[in-house]
Design a protein around this ligand. Structure first.
Ligand SMILES: NC(=O)c1ccc[n+]([C@@H]2O[C@H](COP(=O)([O-])OP(=O)(O)OC[C@H]3O[C@@H](n4cnc5c(N)ncnc54)[C@H](O)[C@@H]3O)[C@@H](O)[C@H]2O)c1
Length: 335
């Protein structure tokens, strides 16, 4: 089976490419990535010479490119996106273009040029908005709180409409917060590790009580594979490992592992529209597709901290912003 993976040089994309080639020798991958903010060619050094893997530098918003590539594949796993909520507050248009119009461009390419191609749209739990109580199932109302989640929710709506109106063989996954190797330093876990290693204050929005539901990235990759292979067209699958934990607790665990004092924690003014809690009900993917998480949270957090300790050469080139400017939304953008 030949797959077009978009955004394969980013955090989840690179883990997914490596996972698919390791697990399935009969997959061939074309990875198209515009080499934007989250991208790093070093993420896939170990597979770049694999005969089953091709990299193309390109933008999913480019219809000519998407039309050309769609002829060559059996399925598309659309992972490409602008992903940082803080950046979406500083520059919402970037998110509308890449996340919503980028997905639209892929849908049009499939509709016009390879109607049978399967599409997995990689979405996020953030489209549901904050979960004040209980957990969201797939039929919950979408209530995105920031331009990032709004751009992802809009993309999801286009995917569902292209399934219903044009019969596209498309499914959507909505996963919780990922962590693991190759995550860009600006995200909570790597940022905490990097700043703690340098004895810099660890900024925490508000009181640090915001709860996120964490999943080890390889468990997410396994869920994407199973939805690709067994998921039903037109269906949405929530993906959660059920690890709800407050931001401040994660930071304390990392500081503890690194032997750094909790006095490094510094509370900073909350960002606008900051959701207090995300929580997903992932019973459907477990019951219908047989997926379940393989990894345990505490062990994986420890191994992730160790990975960052060992791989300073990987993150150092990206770490300047994180070391100098821990709360980007206040800076008015990254231009
Ligand atoms: N990180 C998480 O916790 C999480 C959780 C749930 C869902 N997701 C979803 O998973 C996907 C990947 O997230 P990530 O954390 O790996 O992001 P990331 O920022 O690490 O990587 C995104 C990649 O997409 C590429 N890209 C962006 N716009 C592009 C475009 N127009 N054309 C081609 N390439 C483009 C970037 O260059 C980058 O390599 C996103 O769609 C995100 O919404 C992420």
């Amino acid at each position: 089976m030949k797959l077009l993976v978009t955004g394969g040089l980013g955090f989840i994309g690179s883990n997914f490419c490596r996972y698919m080639l390791a697990e399935h020798s009969d997959y061939e991958l074309i990875n198209v990535d515009k080499m934007g903010i989250g991208a790093n060619p070093a993420n896939l050094r170990d597979i770049e010479n694999d005969k089953r893997y091709t990299f193309i530098k390109g933008d999913i918003c480019n219809p000519q490119l998407m039309n050309r590539l769609i002829h060559q594949v059996d399925a598309v796993v659309n992972i490409a996106a602008e992903t940082h909520v803080d950046r979406s507050i500083a520059d919402p248009n970037l998110f509308l273009q890449n996340n919503t119009l980028g997905t639209f461009t892929i849908l049009e390419a499939i509709r016009r040029h390879n109607h049978k191609a399967r599409l997995i749209q990689v979405s996020t739990d953030e489209v549901y908005g904050e979960a004040l109580e209980g957990s969201f199932a797939e039929n919950a109302t979408l209530k995105p709180s920031n331009p990032y989640s709004a751009s992802k929710a809009a993309a999801d709506m286009f995917v569902l409409s292209y399934h219903k109106t044009f019969g596209l063989n498309a499914s959507i996954t909505r996963c919780t917060n990922n962590f693991g190797p190759y995550q860009l330093p600006e995200k909570l876990i790597p940022k905490t590790i990097i700043r703690a290693l340098r004895d810099l204050p660890i900024p925490i929005y508000g009181k640090g009580i915001n709860v996120r539901d964490w999943i080890y990235v390889e468990d997410h990759c396994a869920a994407l594979r199973i939805v690709l292979e067994k998921g039903k067209a037109g269906e949405i699958y929530n993906v959660s490992a059920g690890n709800e934990i407050a931001n401040i607790e994660i930071v304390k665990k990392i500081l503890g592992q690194l032997g750094k004092p909790e006095s490094l924690i510094t509370f900073v003014e909350d960002r606008p529209g900051h959701d207090t809690r995300y929580s997903l009900d992932a019973a459907k993917i477990r019951a219908e597709l047989g997926w379940q998480p393989k990894y345990e949270f505490e062990e994986c957090l420890e191994s992730t901290v160790k990975w960052y300790l060992k791989n300073e050469h990987w993150w150092l080139p990206f770490a300047t912003e994180v070391i100098l400017h821990p709360t980007p939304w206040k800076l008015g953008g990254f231009h």
